[in-house]
Design a protein around this ligand. Structure first.
Ligand SMILES: [Zn+2]
Length: 422
């Protein structure tokens, strides 16, 4: 559709047609560009951005135990801040305006402070871990400590920044959680109406370990411990069969697909087309920088499309469906579909203006195909969240990028040494 988009007081005032101009309005010409709802990545780890390139060529459990957990355990507030800043800068410059984020177990206020200051919309929660093999002592909590710290963070951050920040409980995965912890999460999430966000059925080796420990698939374990229903967000579900997907659909839980992460860790190909056929809300996310290595919604959309075609044939997961996973479906995963995810009057003005006149995109006859299969982060021109300009003419507003990158490099080197990997 061609037409104007008008924003007033952080909200979409009109979409399409010719907008009425008021004195003092800022007008942006967008010829040769597409205006989209801001992209939503419904699974990322801002705390891991500094670990980009530090955890290569390992499958999930080795990747966690040998690299990611020691690095997370070595984080201090300065390194965590640098990690979150680097991640949010990359996300915003690439047109991602909203994330569902899983932190590490400690110092999680820092991640919220960065999101508050840089303007991204975020549902985030500290990782929760009270069990598991090879968990460093700094990450190991008791269920009571983990629940108490999560509750404290929720009371400080849920609804902060005018509702732009929210809390979501984040037990890491079945292998790092006891029944008591998951039951505590499920009870609180239902009581407060907030999300519970976990990894599930990601890798064959993890699946075998869960079966050995509990005699069931991890989705079934989570369900039997109370973690199911519309507030449950299950990330990956690569190992899930048809029966499990039907159960997820029946319970109204949602799934997040992380195609690049699944390829890089050799986890497998998720049955995304089947998930959508079951009516499950499916979001897309880059996961963390050490399993990707970018936080780029455009390459995630392209990889989701290509991986589905490789798995189920070339007619699988058409471009429009992929784009929905990063917009309205992503908003459904977060329970925010009434506020964001589409260009509709009354929704929050989370907007993305992206060039579609690049030589790599021409002739751009089908705009949706162009966006999903031929567009790159570097094509993003302007990004607004709540009507506030966060990226203008391809540059972050109010952030000195060179300083941010230098801090990240310095903190990453020190982090690696503290983790014993330097
Ligand atoms: Zn993850």
């Amino acid at each position: 559709m061609r037409g104007d988009v008008a924003v007033r007081d952080g909200v979409l005032e009109s979409v399409g047609g010719t907008a009425q101009e008021h004195p003092g309005d800022q007008v942006l010409e967008a010829a040769g560009m597409a205006v989209l709802p801001g992209l939503i990545q419904s699974h990322v780890h801002l705390c891991q951005t500094l670990m980009r390139g530090m955890a290569e060529e390992l499958p999930l459990l080795g990747w966690l135990q040998k690299r990611v957990w020691p690095l997370e355990a070595a984080h201090n507030e300065a390194s965590l801040r640098a990690s979150a800043e680097l991640g949010v800068a990359e996300l915003l410059l690439g047109g991602t305006t909203c994330i569902l984020d899983m932190g590490t177990t400690h110092s999680h206020d820092v991640v919220f402070e960065v999101c508050e200051g840089m303007g991204i919309r975020a549902v985030s929660g500290k990782a929760m871990m009270d069990a598991g093999d090879a968990v460093p002592s700094r990450l190991r909590e008791t269920a009571a400590q983990s629940l108490a710290e999560s509750d404290r963070l929720l009371s400080r951050w849920h609804g902060a920044a005018g509702g732009r920040l929210r809390y979501g409980y984040a037990p890491r995965f079945v292998l790092s959680c006891t029944e008591g912890l998951i039951r505590g999460v499920a009870e609180r999430a239902r009581d407060k109406g907030v999300l519970m966000h976990t990894h599930a059925s990601e890798h064959a080796e993890e699946r075998a370990a869960v079966r050995a420990a509990h005699g069931a698939e991890d989705f079934e374990v989570l369900e039997s411990w109370g973690m199911s229903g519309p507030l449950a967000v299950l990330v990956h579900m690569v190992q899930a069969g048809a029966e499990q997907l039907q159960a997820v659909a029946r319970h109204g839980s949602s799934i997040v697909h992380c195609p690049t992460s699944n390829m890089k860790l050799g986890s497998g190909m998720a049955a995304v087309s089947a998930m959508l056929r079951e009516g499950i809300a499916v979001g897309i996310g880059a996961d963390g920088a050490p399993c990707n290595n970018n936080l780029d919604a455009w390459s995630e959309m392209r990889h989701a499309s290509l991986l589905a075609k490789l798995r189920d044939g070339p007619a699988s997961l058409p471009a429009a469906e992929v784009l929905r996973c990063c917009t309205l479906q992503g908003a459904r995963v977060l329970g925010l579909q009434k506020e964001i995810g589409s260009l509709e009057v009354g929704k929050r003005a989370d907007l993305l203006v992206v060039a579609i006149d690049g030589v790599h995109q021409q002739p751009a006859i089908d705009v949706v195909e162009t966006l999903v299969h031929a567009t790159r982060c570097s094509d993003v021109r302007h990004v607004l969240v709540d009507g506030r300009w966060l990226v203008r003419d391809g540059e972050l507003t109010g952030v000195a990028l060179e300083g941010l990158k230098a801090r990240a490099a310095e903190q990453a080197r020190a982090l690696k040494v503290r983790a014993g990997l330097g």
